[in-house]
Design a protein around this ligand. Structure first.
Ligand code: F6R
Length: 608
């Protein structure tokens, strides 16, 4: 949510580094973009509403001779997407970009207005610029910044420059991600590694309450009171190719097609088929403690929450561990009961979701065991949990999550076998699940090849204004996920429901213009699902049914049918979600929307 980049270095190509970084971070927000660069001790600032491409148009000829600069791509929180609210924000000679929310900004704003400061934006961020400027009347840049941050309550990742200090760049973090790339002759500060990796693979992850200052080519890291800290540098391994569209029309399309690979990568080295066991190296340190766990709580948001719901079915049925799933945004406000026998699993693609992070902190505060299933390597949740498992799905750029979701399901399957085998799961059952899991990449490839048929269905229903998505048992969460994908990408009003709940109210909405997508694989609740289809057809509702190859009844009653290969019931979600992703994608494309940048959304929701 909001992408920020800062550059300081010997070379004068800072403008290119900043703009390239912004493009790579654009998935974090695209309401507006802005840049402030310094050449010959003078700053130039450009801001525009919309994408980075529009900002580039506004700048015109790329700016030469930039040794220091900051840039921002915005997801609006305070103030509409207007030029005046675009970052950077300035106060005199101080310019900054901010990601996060300053919670006490109204109080600070009043105080600053009373002190004579004029606000030009509706943002919370501008207060920080004025606070630093006010302190800077008496103190140098660094001291002014420490004093100003001492007044700020809330979440921030900030990169700040000062016209009188052309050899200095300051970055500070509290609750919003910030990574510093350490190059040979340059430093690049960014919200995530994607803006850094093409320049250097050496990074420092800033933690909450830390400030990094680059001055005259050297850097120091301090706490918020200026006390120096020593930090480890890390080498990151991000395949920049994976963050390119590589000929696909959209990142979402590319990432859907990457799913078979993502599942292979999630399984690699983690299956010991002969023993029916899963090996999860990231859990080695807590292996003994996991044997004593009597309850699991999964915390996550959005699509990751839906993965957690599938996990609940798997873990209860096959590992025999009572499991609950909670939206992370609700978890900490509910006085959660966590004891030594509870493991809390945070599922997050980005590893930066503010609500999920807050839930992890709450668990640790209560002395519970916090585990992570995280895709982004080195992200905050990955670092703050006690142990965890990486997805290894590679960067996910499309705002609508696809490959991260299916790889989360693959990891949850492995975890189910891992925990199940610590308990009562037989070797035979372990083998059965794992050998079927190994077949899912191929089955997915087969589903992805049906894209033309799914596109036709999308065309037929693209003008619907509302749709139901219905499923039962393992595929109830997939109904929720299918509905979420459709609403995110095509702006059709969709509702995901447990199909058994339909008759308790929602069925009142059904008529010939209100289609339903029904998940009806040949599983243990197949007959019940057929009844749900009949009930909808009896009320003239149109039905798009998703079923297993070889089932004939569905074809007879549904209006349109999508087939998935046969697999174990617990693995059907891994396959069933793929056609629903394609359906949402093609509907969005047919309706002419930019599916990689759905309105009002941003990837990586780093504010609560
Ligand atoms: C939907 C989507 C979001 C995320 C949610 C959690 O397509 O992408 O619902 O799943 O914001 O994000 P992570 O998994 O990064 O914590």
């Amino acid at each position: 949510m909001c992408g920020i980049v800062g550059y300081i270095g010997k070379k004068t190509h800072g403008y290119d580094v900043l703009v390239d970084g912004l493009k790579r971070l654009e998935y974090r927000g695209y309401d507006s973009a802005g840049i402030c660069v310094m050449t010959d001790k003078k700053t130039k600032t450009f801001r525009s509403v919309g994408t980075v491409a529009r900002l580039e148009e506004k700048v015109g000829t790329p700016i030469d001779g930039v040794r220091v600069g900051i840039a921002h791509t915005r997801w609006a929180t305070h103030g509409k997407p207007r030029v005046k609210n675009a970052h950077p924000h300035s106060s005199g000679k101080i310019h900054l970009v901010h990601n996060g929310i300053i919670e006490n900004y109204q109080q600070l704003k009043k105080e600053l207005i009373a002190a004579g400061y004029t606000f030009t934006s509706e943002t919370d961020s501008e207060v920080v610029a004025h606070l630093i400027a006010r302190e800077n009347k008496k103190h140098d840049f660094a001291e002014a910044m420490y004093r100003a941050l001492g007044r700020v309550v809330g979440a921030y990742a900030l990169v700040i420059l000062h016209e009188d200090y052309p050899d200095t760049l300051i970055a500070a973090r509290n609750s919003s991600p910030l990574i510093v790339g350490i190059g040979k002759d340059a430093y690049i500060v960014a919200s995530d590694a994607s803006a850094i990796v093409s320049h250097t693979d050496r990074v420092v992850y800033l933690d909450d309450g830390e400030v990094m200052m680059v001055h005259d080519g050297a850097y120091t890291i301090t706490n918020l009171r200026g006390r120096k800290k020593t930090k480890k540098t890390h080498t990151i391994d991000v395949d920049t190719q994976k963050a390119e569209r590589s000929g696909y029309a959209h990142f979402m399309l590319k990432e859907m097609h990457e799913q078979p690979h993502a599942i292979e990568d999630a399984m690699r080295g983690r299956i010991i088929l002969a023993d029916g066991m899963a090996r999860l190296g990231g859990l080695n340190s807590v292996e003994k403690r996991l044997r004593t766990i009597k309850r699991i709580v999964i915390v996550s948001c959005g699509t990751s929450y839906h993965a957690g719901l599938v996990g609940e079915y798997m873990l209860e049925e096959y590992a025999g561990i009572p499991t609950e799933v909670e939206w992370a945004s609700e978890f900490r406000y509910r006085k959660p009961l966590i004891d030594a026998h509870t493991a809390v699993i945070a599922i997050s693609q980005s590893g930066e979701t503010a609500d999920t992070r807050a839930a992890v902190r709450e668990v640790k505060q209560k002395g519970g065991l916090a585990l992570g299933i995280v895709n982004a390597v080195g992200s905050t949740i990955a670092r703050e949990t006690d142990a965890g498992v990486y997805n290894h799905a590679g960067p996910e750029i499309g705002v609508a999550s696809t490959k991260a979701f299916t790889s989360q399901l693959a990891i949850l399957t492995l975890l189910t076998v891992y925990l199940g085998r610590q308990r009562n799961m037989s070797m035979t059952m372990g083998k059965r699940i794992l050998s079927e899991l190994r077949k899912t990449p191929q089955a997915m490839t087969h589903i992805l090849a049906q894209h033309d048929a799914i596109k036709k269905i999308a065309k037929k229903y693209a003008n619907a204004t509302s749709m139901f998505y219905l499923g039962r048992k393992y595929n109830f969460p997939i109904a929720l996920e299918g509905a979420l994908k459709m609403k995110e990408i095509s702006y059709i009003h969709t509702e995901g429901y447990a199909s058994g709940e339909m008759k308790h109210g929602p069925i009142a909405l059904i008529d010939k213009d209100f289609p339903s997508v029904i998940l009806a694989p040949k599983d243990s609740v197949y007959d019940k699902t057929l009844s749900a289809i009949e009930e909808i057809k009896a009320r003239s509702g149109k039905v798009i049914a998703l079923t297993t190859h070889g089932t004939k009844q569905v074809e007879k009653i549904a209006d349109d049918v999508i087939y998935i290969p046969k697999t174990l019931e617990l693995l059907t979600p891994l396959l069933a979600v793929v056609p629903l992703q394609l359906l949402a994608y093609y509907t969005g494309v047919i309706k002419g929307y930019d599916v990689d940048k759905p309105r009002n959304l941003a990837k990586s929701v780093t504010v609560e």
